[in-house]
Design a protein around this ligand. Sequence first.
Ligand SMILES: [Zn+2]
Ligand SMILES: [Zn+2]
Length: 137
Amino acid sequence: MTLETALRRSDHRVTRPRQLVWDVLHEAGTHLSAAEIVDAVHVLDPGVNSSSVYRTLGLFAELNLVRESRLGETSTWEPAHEDAVIHLICSRCGTTSHHDAAVVDTLRAQLEQSGNFEPHSIDVTVTGRCAHCSTAS
Ligand SMILES: [Zn+2]
Ligand SMILES: [Zn+2]
């Protein structure tokens, strides 16, 4: 899906900051903090205001185009994706990574079968220490 298609559905226009934030998130292939997104956008176009980057992230989150992984004060961002994945967040360095987990699909199937609750999105986050931080300490 292009950004234009995604935004047109909600009557929003493509602007330069929106296009750049979208490109940065899709090319990164990893979870980025807002500060890292601002830096990457500035590499492409130093003229883009940091506050437009933050506003764009807010808009994308509202439209479910991005997924925010939050731990305390810090957040990382990535393009929205299927939820059959667990997010691992390092509580020391804030690095976020994915863990494929069949348990999410199992949980969804169990909830659907129970008939008591219809799941829309399942967001499982595990906090702990990443490999780098657990060997560093
Ligand atoms: Zn870490
Ligand atoms: Zn993710």
